[in-house]
Unconditional design. Structure first.
Ligand code: ATP
Length: 200
């Protein structure tokens, strides 16, 4: 799935509706310090379901709502992310050319997610990105300083991270589960053989 367009309203430093288009190829966002470049990245992370204010460079989640000019401005933050679907979307979404994810947060604390305009659960957004290499925790977004800390990791830690990115961790977990089940079955078998010997 490719990012096509991002629409922000009332999110961080964007009180008015702003549309950021991502044409195919490499896109760069440039601008003076403090102009909101990182806020755009935060918006992508947020709409994908980020739950940690710290990872959005905020103290509390309501800090993502625009707070400026004497309390004027929207009373909610909204981010819409338009993705080009290349058949990776699951189930009934698979045939749609575009997937639109919307996240809204009101000052009252109420929040909602929409998938192509229909209310959905955060779980549905996570499910949408499973196995795609995207999603809020999939290392699709690499923060400043993360490259440095990657270099400084111990080899075992680095290996874990690479395995997670490559999607190997899932198979490792499944293998461990299978090994546990094999061990339990072998123990049951040994017990059965004991019983059989006694009966004989
Ligand atoms: P740099 O190049 O220095 O990294 P940047 O272009 O990435 O800067 P951001 O960090 O995205 O800039 O934006 C910072 C600005 O966003 C600050 O001026 C901050 O006050 C503003 N900001 C953050 N949250 C809010 C909010 N809820 N309401 C209004 N403004 C906000």
């Amino acid at each position: 799935m490719r990012l096509k367009r991002l629409e922000l309203y009332g999110f961080k430093s964007f009180p008015h509706r702003v549309e950021v288009a991502f044409p195919s190829g490499i896109c760069a966002i440039v601008g003076p310090n403090g102009s909101g470049k990182s806020n755009i990245v935060d918006a992508v992370r947020w709409v994908l379901g980020e739950q940690s204010p710290r990872r959005l460079r905020a103290r509390a989640m309501e800090d993502v709502i625009f707070s400026g000019s004497n309390g004027r401005g929207p009373n909610f933050a909204e981010v819409r992310l338009v993705l080009e679907n290349n058949g990776q979307a699951p189930g009934e979404l698979a045939d749609l050319p575009e997937i639109v994810i919307t996240r809204r947060l009101y000052r009252s604390g109420e929040s909602e997610y929409l998938l192509n305009g229909r209310p959905c659960r955060l779980k549905d957004i996570h499910y949408l990105f499973m196995d795609t290499g995207a999603g809020h925790r999939a290392y699709a977004i690499i923060d400043q300083g993360e490259v440095g800390s990657f270099v400084e990791l111990r080899p075992e830690e680095r290996r874990l991270l690479i395995e997670e990115v490559a999607g190997v961790s899932r198979y490792k977990t499944r293998r461990e589960e299978a090994q546990r089940r094999i061990k339990a079955s072998q123990e049951n078998l040994a017990r059965l053989e004991d019983v059989l010997t006694e009966v004989k």
